[in-house]
Design a protein around this ligand. Structure first.
Ligand code: PEP
Ligand code: MN
Length: 362
């Protein structure tokens, strides 16, 4: 049983219901000066509601900076005292929950690498029993809504009432435009399942780079997300983690200024209509299909190069029949008619041949 008392004295209750809710701060707390300066400059923008900082960093590879640890918690406490900004920290174990609460952290979040692991989530949830603190739950790194839902359920069962979701994209093999593919339809589905739950977008971890942060942020706002979590650093290029995606507090202010915030009064009813939401979902799926088709053509081109080098014809009837048969069988499982599959694959095949012809003639 937990005995930690959490007193939300920093207006976190009121912030929780503010829209859009803007959370910002460094990927990692590095030094006291960096935390205080970031917080001060963020507060000066007047556009930020919550200060975030990673204290314990679950890094993909050992040897990277794994966070400053509990030593950084008093820095956040100090930053809060100076700026009035409530603080948010990532927790991955029960011990970290206790430590963070001991230093008056106002909001906890569960990271993507933790959401994937029910043992870890349960450990965090157990430490949250009897505590009154808002918890944000990031999507798991793999596109699995059940894992995300499971984490929400574990935290809810611990008695936490203020739960929010953070969409930070999903890991995929190979190079895409994003560090973590947004797969927007999954976030939309999660919102459909939890309509009253706060849904925040984290463009920093989706993009992994600065130049598309605005696009992704705008997309999230257009999709009716409740807020944004964006990483900021006083000297982004020198950040000890996630250097390429962080921006300065001032750049954050101008990014937020460039976003077109959806007006509440214009066609609000229509915008919120179920039909509109489903149309957005269709648009997202179409975008993803297009991206996949592009990738398919790239593979076809590589095959074209191989065929050219080995003097093989472009069209190989046997292989083509194989593709069609396989697709017809698979398509049936997904409720697609054979007639449609044949039409669709004919078009895709023609496009592949066009791409391979280009390779042959180059
Ligand atoms: C972070 O917010 O710095 C972080 C580690 O994010 P994620 O869990 O989304 O990878
Ligand atoms: Mn980060």
């Amino acid at each position: 049983m937990q005995t930690i008392e959490q007193t939300n004295t920093n207006g976190v209750q009121e912030k929780w219901s503010k829209r859009p809710l803007i959370i910002s701060g460094p990927c990692s707390a590095e030094t006291e000066e960096q935390v205080i300066q970031t917080a001060t400059r963020l507060a000066e923008t007047g556009k930020v509601d919550v200060l975030r900082a990673g204290i314990w960093k679950p890094r993909t590879r050992p040897g990277s900076f794994e966070g400053i640890g509990a030593k950084g918690l008093p820095w956040l406490q100090q930053a809060k005292k100076l700026t009035g900004l409530p603080t948010a920290v990532e927790v991955a174990t029960g011990k970290q929950v206790e430590n963070a609460l001991h230093f008056d952290v106002d909001i906890l979040w569960i990271g993507a690498r933790t959401t994937v692991n029910p043992f870890s989530v349960q450990d965090v949830a157990d430490a949250l029993k009897g505590v009154n603190v808002p918890v944000l739950i990031k999507n798991p790194i793999n596109p699995d809504l059940e894992l995300w839902t499971g984490a929400v359920e574990r935290v809810a069962k611990a008695g936490i009432e203020q739960i929010g979701l953070i969409h930070r994209g999903f890991s995929s093999y190979g190079n895409t435009e994003y560090r973590n593919a947004p797969m927007w339809h999954l976030a939309i589905e999660m919102k459909r399942r939890n309509p009253d739950m706060l849904l925040i977008n984290d463009p920093s971890h989706i993009c992994g780079r600065r130049d598309i942060l605005l696009d992704v942020s705008q997309q999230a706002i257009d999709l009716d997300f409740d807020g944004l979590m964006i990483e900021t650093h006083i000297d982004p290029d020198k950040a000890w983690s996630d250097a390429s995606q962080q921006i300065t507090p001032e750049q954050l202010a101008s990014l937020l200024g460039e976003i077109i915030w959806r007006k509440e009064d214009i066609n609000s009813e229509e915008y919120h209509s179920v039909l509109e939401k489903m149309r957005q979902q269709i648009n997202q799926l179409d975008d993803e299909l297009m991206q996949l088709l592009g990738q398919r053509m790239k593979v076809a081109e590589t095959i074209g190069t191989y065929k050219k080098e080995n003097n093989i014809t472009i069209l190989q009837t046997k292989r083509w029949n194989e593709i069609l048969e396989r697709a017809a069988k698979k398509g049936e499982r997904f409720g697609l008619s054979k007639e449609f599959i044949i039409k669709y694959f004919d078009a895709v095949h023609m496009e592949s041949i066009t791409h391979q012809n280009k390779v042959f003639n180059s």
